[in-house]
Each structure stands twice: as C-alpha cells, then as structure tokens.
Ligand binder design. Sequence first.
Ligand SMILES: [Zn+2]
Ligand SMILES: [Zn+2]
Ligand SMILES: [Zn+2]
Length: 276
Amino acid sequence: MRIKYLGTAAAEGIPALFCDCDVCKKSMKLGGRNIRTRSQAIIDNTLLIDFPPDTYWHFIQNKLPMDEITNCLVTHSHQDHLYELDIYMRKKGFANFKEPRPALNFYTGKDGVKRINEVINSNNMSEAKAHLVKSGDVFNVQGYTVTALEASHAKESTPLVYIIEKDGKSVFYSNDTSEYFEKSWEILKNFGKPISLISLDCTEGDKHIEYIGHMNLERCIALREKLKTVGVADENTIFVLNHFSHNGGNATYDDFVKIAAEHNFLVSYDGMEIEI
Ligand SMILES: [Zn+2]
Ligand SMILES: [Zn+2]
Ligand SMILES: [Zn+2]
C-alpha cells in the first residue's frame, strides 16, 4: 500500500491567500516543501481522501488519473476538505467520456452527503453519487476495508476519520480532529491490531492550545502513547504529522521538521509518498 500526500495544509493553505504574517512571508520566500495546499491524499494512486478546492491543482501536479478514479472518502464537510461545486465538472459535456462510465462515489457523513446531493440533484447528474457513512461503519471500497470513526471536530461538519486496510497493511488518516471520543476509542480497541501508518492532525505545530477540534505536537506525543496502549500502534508504526496552519507555532516546514524529528515524527509535505 502506498499513501501520497497531495495537500497538507489547513483551510487557509500556507502561505494563506491574504496574509502578511511572518510564516506566510517566509514560506513564500523559501518555497519547496514550505508551500502547502489544502489537505488531500491518495492511496495507491486510486482511492482519494478528501476533495478540497486544490483538487484541480493536485490533478495537474501529480498527473492523477481523475478520469479513472471512482472512489473518494471525505472526512467532513468543511470547504477545505469538500469543495462540492467542482463535482459539477464531472457532468457529461464538461467532462467527455465513453459510456457507460461508473459514477464517482463519495463516502462521507450526513452534512457532506447533503452538500454533494445538492450539486447532484440541482444539475441532474448521474456522474457522481454520495454514500452516507456513520461512525463505526466498516465497508468495502474497491477491495479496501474502511473503518470509520467519529472525529472530535466541528460537529455540524459530521467529521469522520478513516482506517483503510488492504493485504495486511493499513493507514489511519486522522484529521481534522483532537483526541477521540470514548466511543471512537472503543472502535479502535476492537480494531485491536497495529496499524502500519498513522497520520495525525498537527494543525497548531508546537504552539500550546487549549481548544478542542485540532491537535499540536504536545497532543500528538500523548496520543501516540495512548494508541500504543490500546494496541493499534507499535514500534513499527510510522507516525506522520499533517494538516498545518500558518497560525501554528514554528509553522514553516523547514523549522517544524527539525522539532518533530526530535520526537520521532515524520512531517508531511505536498507530494510526500510513503510505501508501507
Ligand atoms: Zn481542515
Ligand atoms: Zn499567515
Ligand atoms: Zn475542518
């Protein structure tokens, strides 16, 4: 199994569109891995995770086979993870294709389904389909077994995080969230085997935070220990920090990668690929 990070930023991107903060100015100047687009990933170049406004750029940049991709797991309905208006571009005429063509299937929580269906229904589309996912659901997508867990994030966005398994390998894609609710811990305990790669929300970098909804380095360190305690991580599990904001502490890639390395975390960047 191979995960590729296509975009690795929180909602604003780094640099943020209208921002003059030091992180944004420095990141723009440094370029390279310091430039982060809105979060999206792909498994084995076929199973998409999230559908942000930067999907088009990710398609160009990574030569994604978007005409062949038929499945997309969506974490939640915030615009940086679900830019549903672009689904319209799959309608016949905007996209040309030989019939019959399978629909592009989106799997997400209640609010995501509602938003996707608004686009599908108002444009009379058969080229996309929304599937409702609830916390605790285990379902098969294209030969991958997907386990959904409720995330601790803005409730109205019906947030989920996903464990994706195939051929004895697994990825836990865990943003946007802070520490999980008890019922999600129950699902993790029942999962009960070490995951190959765990990707954690580290929106706030090494800045100290109190609020619920995202994580920072300090929380990721504690969460890693708890994940080991319940048996879903061990010494072979690869931990990646992801989903960064310019408002976080030491938020440029070049600065944060050194700090994270001291704690044995990898730091995601746009285009990062890991074979597990
Ligand atoms: Zn986000
Ligand atoms: Zn900024
Ligand atoms: Zn969010």
